[in-house]
Design a binder for this molecule. Structure first.
Ligand SMILES: Cc1cc2nc3c(=O)[nH]c(=O)nc-3n(C[C@H](O)[C@H](O)[C@H](O)COP(=O)(O)OP(=O)(O)OC[C@H]3O[C@@H](n4cnc5c(N)ncnc54)[C@H](O)[C@@H]3O)c2cc1C
Length: 411
């Protein structure tokens, strides 16, 4: 299959590159010590939802200026219609823009609001909800977090127990969410709650709500991870009143709204560029004088592994292109997104191991400053642990591929 850009796509790619060169604020430099996010598409050194609230005024201003530059073109939410603040880009152009942002190592803005909640509201939201929430996302002024998982409900999401009871024009919400990515930095949350405890099957008693993070009774606590960073949070609801007007879709039909949202998961599409860059860096390092000093001596096995990773990154690229070409033809990617996610997540871990192995004992160095290759693969090794969990575990992805892709029986 030929994935070369058409002349129009090549021209758009050039336009995206020129825009990034001209508009990315110089003061918004990568932060050498930053960790924070574990999403595959995030570029190293940036975390936009955190940067926009940084204590450092230059960083805060850099994050704001970058959002403003993207927003002016509708490129925070590139695929949305212009009337809601987007640019109406085709899936292929959106893909090219994302690739070029990854290649230039500049951060995307407003991730989960722009790529996940926004499209869900476009499909299921009321006119009032669209008017209230879409423009601030497209301007980079309101961030969102996804409160689906609970301590007892991850893979088996339908067993969630956070309760919402109708009281006049409000729902009163009680319960707990967990692993909410960047929850402590979000202005708003979209959450799944149980409105019918007797429902059988369980997923027919779930409702989808939009919750202002400042609502009384909502407490958000960061969770620290092994890197001593807090990429996610737990959220407690205690008699939190949420207007019925903030319900998306019908009561007890929130599961179907949530499934729409999950079908917009990026499925690691943009990660190919990040992996390519990491591998190229490693190859350059192996060849460099400094590399000769710090690398293990037996390079034969490493050479073999690098060649394997190179091939796998090409495979991931083809899978991503295939998924986008399905979107271009008007289809919604189903099990293909699971194939990408599974292959990309496992590849992230293999790539991290290959890189780490190259450095022998130096692979244990954590501080980036003065470490061989700035400890990039040590960090990737830790970051990639979450890859096989965060957007649904690999076992669940395999189940989806087996049943929906291969039509195998469920039991
Ligand atoms: C970095 C990170 C960020 C996250 N961000 C968010 C977020 O923003 N919002 C949010 O709502 N959630 C988030 N999550 C939660 C994530 O969606 C869950 O961790 C995931 O769905 C798995 O659920 P669990 O942790 O409860 O594990 P469990 O579901 O308890 O799974 C435990 C093990 O059992 C296996 N298993 C379970 N059921 C089956 C089955 N039917 N067949 C085969 N094997 C099975 C699993 O594959 C896994 O290996 C995040 C998680 C991580 C790690």
């Amino acid at each position: 299959m030929n994935w070369e850009d058409t002349p129009e796509e090549a021209a758009f790619r050039e336009e995206a590159r020129a825009f990034i060169r001209a508009s990315f604020p110089a003061e918004y430099a990568p932060d050498l010590d930053a960790e924070h996010s574990l999403e595959p598409e995030d570029v190293w050194g940036y975390n936009w939802p955190v940067d926009r609230r940084s204590d450092d005024p230059a960083r805060r201003e850099g994050a704001r200026a970058w959002a403003a530059a993207l927003a002016e073109r509708g490129w925070i939410a590139p695929a949305w219609p212009a009337e809601h603040g987007g640019a109406g880009l085709s899936p292929m152009r959106e893909f090219i823009l994302q690739e070029e942002m990854m290649r230039a190592q500049v951060p995307t803005v407003n991730g989960i609001g722009a790529f996940l909640l926004g499209p869900t509201l476009l499909e299921h939201g009321t006119d009032e909800q669209k008017a209230e929430h879409l423009p601030p996302i497209a301007r980079g002024e309101r961030t969102w977090a996804q409160g689906f998982s609970e301590p007892g409900a991850g893979s088996d999401l339908a067993s969630l127990r956070t309760r919402a009871v109708r009281d006049g024009s409000d729902y009163v919400v009680d319960g707990q969410k967990v692993w909410t990515s960047l929850g402590q930095h979000a202005d708003w949350l979209f959450v799944l709650v149980r409105t019918d405890p007797e429902a059988d099957p369980k997923h027919r008693g779930i409702t989808f709500l939009l919750v202002d993070a400042k609502t009384p009774g909502v407490t958000i606590r960061p969770i620290e991870d092994i890197r001593r960073d807090a990429p996610f949070a737990e959220i407690f609801f205690e008699d939190a009143r949420v207007p019925v007007a903030n319900r998306v879709g019908e009561e007890n039909r929130g599961w179907y709204v949530a499934m729409t949202a999950l079908s917009f998961e990026r499925a690691g599409i943009g990660a190919t560029v990040k992996f390519q860059q990491a591998l190229s860096q490693l190859i350059d390092y192996v060849r460099s004088e400094e590399g000769q000093r710090y690398l293990r001596e037996d390079l034969g096995m490493l050479r073999h592994e690098i060649a394997q990773r190179y091939t796998e990154i090409r495979v991931l690229h083809n899978l991503a292109r295939h998924t986008v070409s399905k979107q271009v033809s008007g289809a919604v990617p189903g099990y293909e997104a699971s194939v990408n996610q599974l292959f990309g997540a496992e590849l992230a871990q293999r790539l991290a191991r290959t890189g780490a192995k190259a450095f022998g004992p130096f692979a244990a160095l954590w501080q980036r400053r003065d470490a061989p290759l700035a400890a990039a693969f040590t960090h990737l090794r830790f970051d990639s642990v979450a890859a096989t969990f965060l957007g649904g575990t690999t076992e669940i992805q395999r189940n989806v591929i087996a049943t929906r892709g291969l039509n195998l029986p469920r039991s």
